[in-house]
Design a protein around this ligand. Structure first.
Ligand SMILES: CC1=C(CCC(=O)O)c2cc3nc(cc4[nH]c(cc5[nH]c(cc1n2)c(C)c5CCC(=O)O)c(CCC(=O)O)c4C)C(CCC(=O)O)=C3C
Ligand SMILES: [Fe+2]
Length: 338
């Protein structure tokens, strides 16, 4: 680095929301997909298929608008707390690109930035890749501020509480006669099994964190309704080569099995996603709900945490606790007695 980085104890002077990014018009779709998949060996047929998901929605991903809404909610939350911190926004794969945002923060004289990435779990895709993108941007911008990314947070009570409420709303929306027997089917993004084996400090944590979060949401639902709903974790949005093993079962395959077992109602809880982006509106709302309807299973899709005030407050807490996560060198030294 070309300049001395501030000490970890220096307070943050800005927040950065780091998103995945998504296309906003049809001409953006192919270049966006090229950005996401560069060097990743995704088959052309899969890309053409995913491109169609975007074109079907007018070439516009919902994700950027959701991040704009999240920034507005974070700003409102900070103002309410009397905290004076600007919130910047950068994306990994589309405008506003992270590197341009880092350049702007540098021009604005920011020296220490807490980064909220819109991804709640450990894994290369959902955590380390964001950190690598930060490192790449810092390497391109001289005199850039220090940027600290918050940790994985799916088990945070604010995220869990938001998901409990969306699940309760989906349950209320089911017909009375099947509500109590509804299965809670938690859904997350599939990843290669090898990526899961390598996730978190000890490995396998992508799945473990999801199971723990799903159990916490199911417990919150049971407490609110007085009914214990059976729950499980399934996957959507498999990509890559068909020869590479990815996490299973796929949500559609599992719905077939559940229907065959006689399950009459399910709530799909997209606990792997923080807002209703393309995987949620296409893979769940379009595809999985059609599968359920074909099978005669009553299905509702629970909402995502989005801008739930408890989730927004959780993100603010995670960002502001970041500098004191590690004890400084002089912490808890014995004092000389008088
Ligand atoms: C774990 C995970 C999350 C959740 C955590 C997080 O949010 O970060 C996530 C989020 C997202 N993924 C997204 C889009 C895409 N992901 C792709 C491809 C891939 N995703 C993977 C994993 C994940 N992805 C993986 C292992 C691949 C294979 C390629 C590779 O090894 O890198 C592809 C290529 C086409 C395809 O093959 O599907 C696209 C277009 C969008 C934007 C949606 C919108 O526009 O609303 C979002 C939020
Ligand atoms: Fe993805």
């Amino acid at each position: 680095m070309t300049n001395p980085r501030p000490e970890p104890s220096q307070p943050y002077d800005a927040l950065l929301l780091l998103g995945f990014g998504g296309p906003e018009k049809p001409e953006d779709v192919v270049p966006f997909l090229e950005n996401v998949t560069r060097g990743r060996g995704i088959p052309r047929e899969r890309l053409a298929e995913v491109g169609q998901h975007y074109f079907q929605f007018g070439g516009r991903s919902p994700i950027n608008d959701q991040n704009r809404a999240l920034i507005a909610a974070l700003e409102a939350d900070l103002a309410e707390q009397g905290i004076d911190l600007p919130v910047y926004w950068g994306n990994r794969n589309w405008e506003p690109y992270l590197t341009d945002t880092v350049r702007r923060m540098t021009e604005d004289g920011r020296r220490r930035v807490a980064c909220i990435a819109t991804s709640a779990y450990s894994s290369w895709s959902s955590c380390r890749q964001y950190r690598e993108n930060i490192a790449d941007a810092l390497a391109e911008v001289p005199e850039a501020p220090r940027i600290d990314k918050i940790r994985w947070f799916a088990h945070h009570p604010g995220f869990v509480a938001a998901n409990v409420d969306t699940t309760l709303a989906a349950l209320r929306d089911l017909p009375d006669e099947v509500r109590d027997e509804a299965r809670l089917v938690f859904v997350t993004h599939s990843i290669p099994t090898k990526m899961n084996d390598e996730s978190g400090p000890t490995g396998g944590e992508y799945v473990e964190q999801h199971l723990a979060t799903a159990a916490a949401v199911a417990a919150g639902v049971a407490e609110a309704t007085g009914t214990e709903h059976a729950h499980e974790l399934v996957y959507c949005s498999r990509s890559g080569s068909p020869r590479t093993p990815w996490l299973e079962p796929d949500v559609n395959d599992r719905l077939e099995e559940l229907a065959a077992e006689g399950v009459r109602a399910v709530v799909l809880v997209p606990v792997g996603f923080v807002s209703d982006h393309m995987e949620v509106v296409y893979d769940l709302d379009t595809e999985a709900l059609a599968t359920a309807s074909k099978l005669g299973v009553e299905a509702r899709r629970a909402g995502t945490a989005g801008v739930d005030p408890r989730f927004v407050a959780a993100l603010r807490e995670l960002a502001l606790e970041r500098p004191i996560e590690q004890c400084p060198a002089h912490c808890c030294l014995p004092r000389t007695s008088a």
